[in-house]
Design a protein around this ligand. Structure first.
Ligand SMILES: O=C(O)CCC(=O)C(=O)O
Length: 349
């Protein structure tokens, strides 16, 4: 994750056994506005060990901060007293503290992307978003329905699959293993999908696979393009309960790459090459359609943030987000126009 402060925690070097060199700067996890700790709390807690030169957010999470002392000895004393044990001045909160180092500059320009409130502001062909797609009562019914079913636990989130099981190792499905029709609790959503703006073909059955994702607060999803050979063109994603930002990335030297997600463990994407980035805010009850270029050629990504900056507003992700992603399993070859992003094309060549 990019560090806004210009500092990050110092990771031990391979084979390192000696204690880390002293530094006046500390990286403090489990501390910050997202977990109810104010700047004043931090200054009074750490100020007991020496003059605090500055306190800043370590990243966008709201739960990790950088504390800068003037003297390394003060940082050392604070770490010895506060790391890994309940802190009385912070209502028993356990802080995780390391020495901090300046972040190395990245090869590509990073930083935040302006966040759109409407798909039309994104200017990505094939991406549509409808707010209040389901009512608050329908949202509650959908949440109760999935909460009464069995969740499958992945590393950072829980999932359910209907129609066909989604296989994370290959990011594909076994199209011969039909699990059955989509559950009746999504019937209203399916009816509404057929009248979605941008939906080209209402006559055929539009979707037959559903993945329900439950993301705890602050958990995101690594950048990916849904495998072309696995699913047809239209992918619908309904957001419930919580909010998120969805970022779209088009790699300028894009080619199809092997999936980077195994068993739901999302890899760090900070080493990604140069790309065009656009972002949209997804409120609860909104439906997103990814089709055409937006589905086939742009990666979609949910940053791991506890706090999202949307326009001038700071939006706390203080609830889980549950998404219902509806797709249609592809039974024939993919004949999209976006060959450089197409796994089916790269297999044929
Ligand atoms: O949570 C979402 O809205 C997107 C889910 C998604 O992209 C996926 O399951 O592959």
């Amino acid at each position: 994750m990019a560090a806004k402060s210009g500092y990050t925690r110092r990771l031990p070097l391979t084979g390192e056994t000696a204690p880390p060199p002293p530094s006046a700067v500390l990286y403090v996890a489990n501390c910050g506005p997202a977990v109810g700790v104010t700047d004043a709390d931090v200054r009074s807690t750490f100020g007991a060990f020496g003059e605090v030169a500055g306190v800043q957010a370590a990243d966008d999470s709201g739960a990790r901060i950088i504390v800068r002392f003037h003297e390394p000895a003060a940082a050392e004393a604070a770490m010895a007293a506060l790391h890994g044990r309940p802190c009385d001045l912070l209502a028993g909160r356990v802080l995780h503290i390391r020495y901090s180092v300046p972040v190395k500059p990245k090869a590509r320009p990073g930083g935040s992307v302006p966040v759109a409130h409407a798909a039309s502001e994104l200017g990505i062909p094939g991406i549509y978003m409808v707010q209040e797609f389901v009512t608050a009562a329908e949202e509650q019914e959908l949440l109760s329905a999935v909460d009464s079913k069995t969740w499958k636990r992945l590393a950072k989130r829980r999932v359910q699959h209907y129609g066909y099981e989604f296989l994370y190792e290959t990011r594909n499905v076994d199209s011969k293993q039909f699990l059955g029709e989509l559950p009746t609790f999504v019937s209203t959503v399916l009816e509404k999908i057929a009248s979605f703006p941008g939906v080209k073909d209402c006559a055929t059955r539009l979707v037959d696979q559903l993945t329900v994702n439950e993301y705890p607060c602050g958990v995101g999803l690594s950048p990916h393009i849904d495998t072309h050979s696995a699913f047809e063109e239209m992918i619908f994603s309904l957001s419930l309960a919580g909010t998120c930002i969805m970022e779209f990335r088009k790699y300028t030297k894009g080619t199809w790459r092997a999936p980077s997600v195994v068993d739901g463990v999302d890899e760090d994407s900070s080493q990604e090459p140069e790309c065009i980035r656009k972002a949209i805010f997804l409120p609860p009850r909104s439906m997103l359609l990814m089709s055409g270029e937006g589905r086939y050629a742009w990666h979609h990504y949910i940053p791991h943030h506890k706090i999202d900056a949307v326009g001038g507003q700071v939006i706390k992700r203080n609830s889980r987000r549950v998404s219902f992603t509806f797709r249609k399993v592809r039974m024939g070859p993919c004949d999209c126009e976006y060959k450089q992003f197409c796994d089916a094309h790269s297999k044929r060549c």
